[in-house]
Design a binder for this molecule. Structure first.
Ligand code: NAD
Length: 473
């Protein structure tokens, strides 16, 4: 029988493919089949990638606004032209379905974010101008930006990092997650066809490569998206060389439903706020606070909607949700649900691991959850939503704000003003009214408290890739 040899992926440094001597297998989380072989970059490979980005920076940092905007437009065009190939590869290695809010949706988002970033300006601000003199504020690029990405939205988050960095005149070395490196490598390869040599490089390997980046003397900024625990390590390591950091970390978003909300009207939006990308989303709804008068009705409406969602292999055009991405996350979800059962919570649907192959776990809605249960206090990052009953709205707000993270939060009511007043009291970077998780390329996004530092998107996000130079004349 003919043996199928998995495709070996290479690093992309200075526009060239660079082969490594070591590789590891990337497997389809829906079947366990090998999708491809991820290269393992050495410290020397990283040095070479950083040197390439540094060399390219000499020219790129002096490019004009128009040239940078055109490069960003070419990135958007290229994503558009290669959308289906990248979506298929993303589905194979990440598990998310092609359809629903899956790979094609992610690729469309990547194009939209790139396009918008191409329209942003970094104008010189005149701070003072009269007969005594003129003072201007200029925005200058930083140098080489190191981008470290997670496994939940590998393509979209890569674009969120890379495009504003390049738009502002920096050059980039990106390191994707060891769980989902292939789609990023392929995207960087494709983008190198339309970008000047060396401004976008990709290295891949294991977690220690990230650590090498955060301590690298020739990287000026780290943009990191990932867990809170790793984010703290990144900041610590980056402090040695005083790198700038943007940290987009984990969350445990709360939603508060007010007593006047209509359960049937909000169930679908609540569901997708929680289960987008199988719950493997930083700003997904992870704890839902519901008052006693509509508790049972809302639980029922959510379970009814869950029954309409088809879970299956991502390449199946009919699937709306796929498997959990990896074993570590799957085990965590199983552990949290089992702990909730032991603690007295009620499983309304799901809650039972399916027989393999693949890390499939059903949509799981957990009633009678309370603060103090692990399933409420810890970020589940999987297809699980605990629902907590409350009697006093003030208590619910206090509980929602009771954790040390603050990425997103939401309030739900038939009266928008009432919901808005509650949303405004949530300690989080983004607060939604009758919605959870909507993001826009022009609206700054970031966490407060332990959920991170800095913002991405829009003018404020772009400015994070610059330093200020004030010119007095
Ligand atoms: P993770 O922290 O395990 O890994 C993220 C990246 O960091 C990977 O590329 C990994 O290889 C690298 N890394 C690991 N150790 C490192 C070290 N010591 N130094 C430098 N880099 C290192 O996170 P994950 O499991 O891939 O992603 C899930 C987490 O990401 C969740 O907590 C989620 O909420 C969060 N997230 C946040 C956002 C946001 O915008 N705030 C978006 C997506 C995901």
């Amino acid at each position: 029988m003919e043996r199928v040899v998995a495709k070996q992926y290479d690093l992309i440094i200075g526009g060239e493919r660079v082969a490594t001597s070591e590789h590891f297998e990337i497997r389809d989380p829906g079947t366990g089949d090998v999708v491809g072989l991820c290269p393992v970059a050495t410290k020397e490979d990283l040095d070479r990638a950083v040197a390439s980005a540094r060399e390219a920076y000499r020219t790129w940092s002096r490019s004009g606004d128009q040239e940078r905007k055109e490069a960003v437009d070419r990135i958007a065009d290229s994503i558009h032209a290669n959308m289906e190939e990248l979506a298929q590869l993303l589905t194979l290695e990440q598990g998310k379905p092609l359809n629903g809010l899956g790979s094609r949706f992610e690729l469309h988002g990547a194009e939209a974010w790139a396009r918008h970033t191409g329209t942003l300006d970094l104008p010189v601000e005149v701070l003072h101008d009269d007969e005594t003199g003129r003072v201007e504020l200029h925005r200058k690029p930083l140098g080489v930006v190191g981008s470290i990405t997670p496994w939940n939205f590998p393509i979209l988050i890569a674009i969120w990092h890379v495009v504003p960095a390049i738009r502002a005149g920096n050059t980039v070395v990106i390191k994707p997650s060891p769980y989902t490196p292939l789609s990023t490598i392929r995207m960087v390869e494709i983008l190198n066809d339309v970008l000047p040599e060396g401004i976008l490089n990709v290295v891949a390997g294991r977690d220690d490569l990230g650590q090498m980046m955060t301590s690298h003397p020739d990287i000026q900024k780290i943009v990191f998206t990932g867990s809170c625990a790793t984010g703290r390590k990144v900041m610590q390591s980056a402090s040695e060389t005083l790198k700038r950091v943007t940290l987009e970390l984990g969350g445990n978003d709360a939603g508060i439903v007010l007593p006047d909300a209509d359960p049937k009207a909000i169930a679908e939006r609540l569901f997708w706020g929680a289960f987008i990308n199988n719950g493997q989303t930083c700003a997904a709804l992870k704890r839902l606070y519901v008052p006693g008068n509509i508790y049972d009705e809302l639980c029922e409406a959510l379970v009814d909607y869950a029954g309409t969602v088809r879970v299956g292999h991502g390449l199946d055009e009919g699937s709306i949700l796929g498997p959990i991405q990896n074993r570590m996350q799957y085990d965590k979800v199983v552990d949290l649900v089992e702990d909730a059962k032991r603690s007295g919570a009620r499983i309304l649907c799901g809650g039972k691991a399916s027989e393999g192959p693949g890390y499939f776990y059903p949509v799981t809605i957990v009633a009678d959850a309370t603060d103090g249960m692990r399933i409420v206090d810890e970020e589940q990052f999987g297809p699980v939503l605990p629902i907590i009953r409350y009697t006093d709205l003030e208590d619910a707000i206090e509980q929602a704000n009771g954790l040390d993270v603050g990425l997103g939060g939401s309030a739900w009511s038939s009266d928008v003003d009432k919901a808005k007043a509650v949303a405004a009291r949530l300690e989080c970077g983004t607060a939604w009214v009758n919605n959870h998780g909507a993001i826009k390329p022009f609206a700054p996004f970031g966490g407060v408290k332990g959920s991170g530092l800095g913002v991405e998107f829009g003018d404020l996000g772009l400015k994070e890739y610059t330093s200020v130079q004030v010119v007095h004349q």
